[in-house]
Design a protein around this ligand. Sequence first.
Ligand code: XIL
Length: 376
Amino acid sequence: NGQLARLARAAGLEFFGTCVGEGNTNDQQYMSILRDLDEFDQIVPENGQKWDSLQPQRGRFDYSRGDIVANLARQNGQLLRCHTLTWHSQLPAWVRDGSWNRQTLTEVIETHIANVLRHYQGQCYHWDVVNEAADDNGNWRNSVFYRVLNSDFLPISFFAARRADPSTKLYVLPSPLSTLPSPLSSPLSSLPFPLSPFLSPFLSPPFFLLTPETTKLSTADNMNAKRYYNDYNLEYNDRKTDITVEMVNIIQRAGAPIDGVGFQGHLIVGSTPSRQQLATVLRRFTALGVEVAYTEVDIRHARMPPNQQALVTQGNDYANVLGSCLDVQGCIGFTVWGFTDKYSWIPSTFPGEGDALLYNSNFGKKPAWTSVSSLL
Ligand code: XIL
């Protein structure tokens, strides 16, 4: 019955996915839709990989909750997006309220990332390395990370992610060695393919370590996770978008490895930007040389319950968001933040709002589902 992922792949996306609430896995109806690879070929833990789950006390790592969805992905053959490392929210008090200086907080971040990435090594297609560093007015968010480290917590986090999960795949060059500049090691910029600068010290002929971009691999091939910055309300192309562009610049200027920017896509029926406006804002980031993806899409009704017209508008809004991704080269995937209105975070976080997803609470397909599938 499912087809969103199959169609999305045919349309050129790398995945069509959903988050999975760790508490939902006993619901048989839920699980039968979730497991359908034609519907969802990528999943992400809704809460289990957040800092308060993984390291509730300093030095005590607990992967039991984080592993629930990671194991599901492996059993079902789905890609796993991993979420999330450096984030002000769902951050245990020992980090949030600690009296840190630059050195001690850097150590805390690096230790967390090193342990967590090693635990999940080879399993994650993406890691959301930093989440929500901007506030709603387009300023730096006032978090413990920013107060102690200023913007440096961005490159610190991305460098730590690379150190803990480097690309380890060794390739023999497909082309004859004679076509390569000689000597092989000089200068790297003249090589006919992108070489990852951090690997250059390890180069010795006749082997090269190529960047993941050169060859399409599955995570099973031991490719590192792509490293993402992830945030919400980037869709409106305002001050928050501006500061996020600046953040990507800061990360890149520091020489830190960022592969992508995640647009969470927590949007509102009737005030979702147009397909063209959304494509324009996605391109602000692909122009910086990073890929983009929609990572947490839900489009909520501000007035409940929605009437038939509102459900149609919701479908159009979903089509605009997905359509913008199809329009932009470098927009590589689409993930919804849950698929059934039975289990959405919206009503508890935005009281009086809801019904933001593609299936209703009885697992019936909504007009939004039809709109998305017919766009694909
Ligand atoms: C939400 C979950 O859906 C809720 O269950 C939890 O109580 C709070 O977090 N941005 C993010 C996600 O990056 O991790 C958030 O998930 C939603 C907003």
